[in-house]
Ligand binder design. Structure first.
Ligand SMILES: [Zn+2]
Length: 351
């Protein structure tokens, strides 16, 4: 295993950022390669500790000569966000200098060719970081971007072109749900990892072995040793199932038994009033149309000081907020409905 340090120039003299990259070299040039990164939203740490728990298994596989394809690992992909503290609170989601989400505004290239990347010398540190992450990841057959939600189940975002071909990956990772999307107008890292392959010849796109996903490892507080070990085991099973690592002792993943739904089925339930949220449901709960999801206490102690929010359709609760204060119009939760949402949003959801 080789460790190297990436350096990203800051936006003023005397400031620069660093992050380590770990590389395992595979023994078989024809074997699929894998790229794993975590904490692009710099405070989302379940993936960071999952990678930490995965590394000993990779080192063991390397020592035993079982690594077939190249593996590149970036355990903490966002040193800019990692260093952002604002009045004592960590702010790892948006770049404070530009207010741009760290998982938006990635370049969506027309083909998987790093020569197409835009010149970022005047683009700001966050653009230089994004360009470098695309450069590091592009060309790998498997690209996993490890995130987490507020409070939630373990789930994957997957482009429709990779489903159901990636069902084995979802089963190997033992996630609860898969959300399928087809349009990326915002430039997520996942979009930057899959869109370049949409209009290239089949022998370049290699959709039979391609994997690209945003992994949502539950909630922001689910940073836990046992979960990290379980998630690391899931990542290892995926790498074995897809031929990156050889491990004859491991059975092939069975069928995926979790929820699969298109993005259009998700109801985000914007809060009608600002106030304190009392939830009636938690991630994993099955609801039917008309069930009360939450009550917003917007005028405490007053008659009519509460507003109730009801399920618009049958479905399963995927996520909810980790904080209980809410502004009018902010989303209360993600309900994966059995049917298309009445206010279906295309494009990218907050994750
Ligand atoms: Zn995230």
């Amino acid at each position: 295993m080789q460790k190297s340090i990436e350096r990203i120039a800051g936006d003023s003299e005397g400031v620069s950022y660093e992050f380590p990259v770990f590389r395992f070299t595979g023994s078989d040039k024809a074997a699929p390669s894998a790229y794993l990164q975590a904490a692009l939203h710099a405070g989302e740490l379940p993936g960071v500790v999952a990678i930490d728990a995965l590394m000993p298994a990779l080192s063991r596989a390397a020592a035993e000569g079982r690594i077939r394809g190249n593996i590149t690992i970036v355990p903490w992909a966002n040193p800019i966000g990692r260093a952002q503290y604002h009045f004592g609170e960590h702010q790892g989601r948006f770049h404070l200098g530009t207010r741009t989400n760290f998982n938006r505004a990635f370049p969506l290239l027309a083909a998987p060719d790093t020569k197409l990347l835009p010149d970022t010398s005047f683009g700001g540190a966050d653009q230089r970081l994004k360009s470098r992450l695309v450069q590091l990841s592009l060309g790998h057959d498997i690209v996993l971007d490890l995130h987490c939600d507020d409070e939630g189940l373990a789930y994957l975002y997957i482009h429709t072109s990779l489903w159901p071909a990636m069902a084995d990956c979802a089963a190997a990772m033992d996630v609860d749900a898969v959300v399928l999307w087809s349009e990326d107008t915002d430039g997520t890292f996942e979009g930057a990892s899959i869109m370049p392959y949409q209009n290239v010849p089949a022998d370049v796109a290699k959709f039979d072995r391609r994997v690209a996903t945003t992994v949502e490892y539950r909630g922001i507080l689910d940073v836990d040793g046992a979960l990290a070990k379980a998630d690391a085991d899931g990542l290892y099973r995926l790498l074995v199932a897809r031929g990156v690592i050889a491990d004859g002792a491991l059975p092939a993943p069975g069928p995926f038994k979790g929820v699969v739904a298109p993005l259009e089925n998700i109801d985000m339930m914007p809060a009608p009033r600002a106030g304190a949220v009392l939830y009636d449901v938690k991630p994993g709960d099955r609801v039917i149309r008309g069930d009360r999801l939450a009550t917003i206490v917007h005028a405490p102690g007053e008659i009519d000081g509460r507003t109730e929010v009801f399920a618009p359709q049958d479905g399963i609760i995927l996520t909810r907020r980790s904080r209980r204060i809410i502004r009018a119009g902010e989303d209360l939760l993600k309900l994966v409905g059995d049917r298309k949402s009445a206010d279906a949003r295309s494009g990218t959801l907050e994750d």
